[in-house]
Design a protein around this ligand. Structure first.
Ligand SMILES: C[S@@+](CC[C@H](N)C(=O)[O-])C[C@H]1O[C@@H](n2cnc3c(N)ncnc32)[C@H](O)[C@@H]1O
Length: 219
């Protein structure tokens, strides 16, 4: 019924989170989305944007993927349903309310292939010792990427976590003011043997960064 009504007008349920503020689960044109006050978090434009990035990455060689910023889990659905990705995913999110929403509203829960970790991505990366073929970074609080995710130390931790020939997909920004911080990251990545593709105004809004590591294996 709600699904049908949503073709006439959006139907919204609000949930308060200490970390993310007011969250809205909105049925719109027959589809459920997760939004904050000012941004779409999951299953709308955000899902479309990350899918455009994923289309540029060879997932056939991916054995394990790290998602920083799980949200409602739309990129997990895209990987599994649109790209038929069947290997393991580790998903990290700081907000336990959002993890519950992913589980209860979007049917995204722990399986043999999906590990869900409630943690601050910054601390998680400081303690991480695993390597991943693809690292997806999609860390927002409303429309902002916290400054710590533009820091050199965070990106050094990210680079340590990228396997040989691995890739980073960074949902980089909604704001022009983040451009300088992004330039510093691009320089750092280039110095460390990454080739960079920067795609601007994806779905008319975000900047996506795709960084592919080419690491020669010494003989
Ligand atoms: C745009 S949403 C992610 C959407 C998700 N990638 C998807 O595909 O549906 C951004 C997420 O980043 C999370 N986040 C923000 N700061 C974080 C932090 N310090 N550590 C971990 N997650 C964080 C938020 O809780 C939010 O769920």
């Amino acid at each position: 019924m709600i699904q049908l009504l949503s073709y006439i007008y959006p139907v919204t349920k609000k949930i308060r989170s200490e970390i993310s503020g007011d969250l809205e689960i909105t049925w719109y044109n027959g589809k459920k989305h997760l939004n904050t006050k000012n941004a779409n978090y999951s299953y709308g434009s955000l899902q479309k944007i990350l899918k455009i990035g994923l289309q540029k990455i060879d997932l056939s060689q991916c054995k394990n993927i790290l998602v920083l910023g799980m949200g409602g889990g739309s990129v997990i659905k895209t990987l599994q349903e649109d790209f038929n990705y069947k290997n393991t995913i580790t998903a990290v999110d700081i907000d336990p309310i959002i993890i519950d929403i992913a589980k209860e509203e979007f049917n995204v829960s722990k399986t043999n292939e999906l590990q869900i970790i409630c943690a601050d991505a910054l601390k998680f990366m400081q303690q991480n010792s695993k390597q991943f073929d693809l690292v997806i970074i999609d860390l927002f609080v409303d429309t902002e990427i916290p400054n710590s995710f533009f820091s050199t130390s965070f990106w050094q931790d990210i680079m340590k976590a990228v396997a040989i020939n691995g890739t980073i997909l960074f949902n980089a920004s909604l704001h022009k003011t983040d451009n300088d911080k992004l330039s510093d990251i691009i320089l750092l990545l280039k110095k460390n043997n990454y080739t960079i593709e920067k795609i601007e105004k994806v779905d008319q809004t975000n900047t996506l960064l795709i960084a592919k590591l080419f690491r020669c294996i010494e003989s």
